[in-house]
Structure formats: structure tokens, C-alpha cells
Design a protein around this ligand. Structure first.
Ligand code: CUA
Length: 332
């Protein structure tokens, strides 16, 4: 119905119709309220207009009336709150087995790195019907990754990762916009989201010249000498990073944090911020020495060694293992 009379952008993700339904509900509620108020203003103006010989009468209030106009709006607002919260949390919570894509924003372009190694600029190829999680950061100012047809928008900040996810429902090409004013070329910071059939996507993702992102990360890890301290065989001067990702880490100051992407990122760029219990503050900072892409590669590498036993090298087996673990945990 909406397609014949497009007040809305195309609906091309699982989230789109849920956001639209809530939005339509809000429009109807506010429209009805506006209509009610306008009608009453006109009616009362006519009904209680000044007439010769009629005097205004003082009314001392009505509890029934006041309770009614408090309780009814309260119930309506609670419905909006609960409905909004449900949509919001499902939008904010990426499914565990989503395909991961790293996005780096800069003035004025979007750089995209797929875990499989494909890279692109101002384009993002994704498969239809599969959950895709974007792990995003900026190398300069605040940007915002906005796909109207998917009803997703998320600020992309320098110095940390933010996450956005979606599941495309229709093959096609959709607009990508930067939705946060980021300088003179902000309006030109646009691109395309290309949603492919699974077979097409497999062909596309495997056609790239680069190996998996985690392989590039392993190279950076070795080149920077990380591997001399973060050893997997014996206890090194730095924590063993095998199996770290996704698990709780005990810190020197007594706190416990979960080793997510942001924790890994911070520990590379500001190692003193959350030092692991039992280790000396000897790791140098890599702030300014790495590109955002290299940080992403290192994070991808550390993630890859967290989902397989020591000694196994291939990312493919790591990926399928993680998959198996997740499937297992879902079954429980
Ligand atoms: Cu980037 Cu606006």
C-alpha cells in the first residue's frame, strides 16, 4: 500500500516495518489529539460566546475529569514507551552470529573492510536475509551511518567503536548517507548499500585480492612485535590473548570488564587504561602509530584467536567453530 503512495522510504530490512508501524501509531495519536483540541476550541468558542444577559459561572473543578485526562494520556504514553523500547532494544542488540563488517569514516568517505578481506569505499555489499553487524569508527570527526531504507542510523565517533546492525530483506541498491554535519563536503559523503542474493554475495566476497582481515592483523601483530610479549605457549610479559575476546578480564584495579571490541581497541591505544591483573605497565601505547584499518585488523586477529584452540591457524575453521559454539549455546 505504501509503495503506491510513497510517503516513506522503501522498506528493505526486518526493522523497517517495525519502525514505520510505531511511527504511524505516533502520527495517528498526535493527529487525533490535534483534531480533538481544535474541535473543542471551536465548539467552546461558539458555545460559550458572550451573550447579552448571560453571566459566566465559576466552576470549582472536577476530580473525575482531572483523573480521566491524567490516566488516559498516561496509558497512551506507557504504550509508546514500551513499544519504543522494544523496537529500540532490538535495533541496539546485534545477533551473536551476525556477519561482521568494519567501517572507518573520514572526511569525506566511508571505508569498508569485510572480515573476509574485501575492501570498498562508499559502497557496502551485503547478502539478503542475513544479519550484518557494522563495527564503526571515525578517523577524524563525528559522522553518522544512515541507511533510510533499513531505518538504521548510528553516530560514528573517533576513538571508539559504535555498532549498528540490520538484516536486508530485498536485493537492490539503497542510499547510504552521512547524517551528521562533518564539514564542507558532508553532503557529498554518500554511498550505496548493495544487497545481493546469497550466491552472488558469495561470489563477490570471495573475488577480492586480500586474505581474511584476521590474517592481515596477524601480520601487523608480528611486525609490531606484539607477539614477543603476548605469547600463547608460555606466560609472556603480556597477557596471553588466546580466548580473551568476549570473556571477562580481571583488572589490576579490581574491576572486571568484558573483552569486547572497544576494550581491545583501548588496550592497544591506551594500554594503561585497563591493565590486566598481574601484569606490569610496560606496554607502550600505539596511539598515532596505527591507522584505523590496522587497529581493526588487530582486533579481528585477536577475535579470531579467541574462538579456536592454540595451534589452529585457519580463520575458516575459527569461524565455523564460533558458529558451532553459538549454535550450541542457542540450543541450550
Ligand atoms: Cu560525514 Cu557528515
Amino acid at each position: 500500500m505504501l509503495n503506491d503512495f510513497p510517503l516513506w522510504p522503501q522498506q528493505a530490512s526486518t526493522l523497517a516495518h517495525r519502525v514505520d508501524a510505531l511511527y504511524i501509531f505516533l502520527l495517528i495519536i498526535t493527529g487525533m489529539m490535534a483534531l480533538l483540541v481544535c474541535t473543542l476550541v471551536i465548539y467552546f468558542a461558539a458555545r460559550f460566546r458572550k451573550r447579552a444577559g448571560v453571566r459566566a459561572e465559576q466552576i470549582e473543578g472536577s476530580n473525575a475529569l482531572e483523573i480521566t485526562w491524567s490516566v488516559i494520556p498516561f496509558c497512551i504514553f506507557m504504550v509508546i514507551f514500551a513499544w519504543g523500547a522494544v523496537v529500540y532494544f532490538s535495533q541496539r542488540t546485534p545477533p551473536a552470529d551476525a556477519t561482521e563488517v568494519y567501517v572507518v569514516a573520514k572526511q569525506w568517505m566511508w571505508k569498508v573492510e569485510h572480515a573476509e578481506g574485501q575492501r570498498e569505499i562508499n559502497e557496502l555489499h551485503v547478502p539478503v536475509g542475513r544479519d550484518v553487524k557494522l563495527i564503526m569508527t571515525s578517523q577524524d570527526v563525528i559522522h553518522s551511518f544512515y541507511i533510510p531504507a533499513f531505518r538504521v542510523k548510528q553516530d560514528v565517533l573517533p576513538g571508539r567503536y559504535t555498532v549498528e546492525w540490520f538484516r536486508a530483506t530485498k536485493p537492490g541498491t539503497y542510499h547510504l548517507f552521512c547524517a551528521e554535519y562533518c564539514g564542507t563536503q558532508h553532503s557529498g559523503m554518500v554511498g550505496n548499500i548493495v544487497v545481493l542474493e546469497p550466491a552472488q554475495y558469495e561470489a563477490w566476497i570471495n573475488a577480492g585480492p586480500n586474505g581474511p582481515l584476521s590474517d592481515s592483523g596477524e601480520k601487523v601483530f608480528a611486525e609490531l612485535g606484539c607477539s614477543t610479549c603476548h605469547r600463547s605457549d608460555v606466560q609472556g610479559r603480556g597477557p596471553n590473548l588466546q580466548g580473551v575476546f568476549g570473556n571477562p578480564v580481571e583488572l589490576e584495579d579490581g574491576r572486571t570488564v568484558t573483552a569486547d571490541e572497544n576494550y581491545l581497541r583501548e588496550s592497544i591505544l591506551d594500554p594503561g587504561a585497563k591493565r590486566v591483573k598481574g601484569f606490569k605497565p610496560i606496554m607502550p601505547t600505539f596511539q598515532g602509530l596505527l591507522t584505523e584499518e590496522q587497529v581493526n585488523e588487530l582486533v579481528a586477529y585477536i577475535k579470531s584467536i579467541s574462538s579456536k584452540p592454540a595451534g589452529v591457524k585457519t580463520t575458516a575453521s575459527a569461524a565455523s567453530q564460533t558458529q558451532a559454539q553459538r549454535n550450541g549455546s542457542q540450543v541450550q
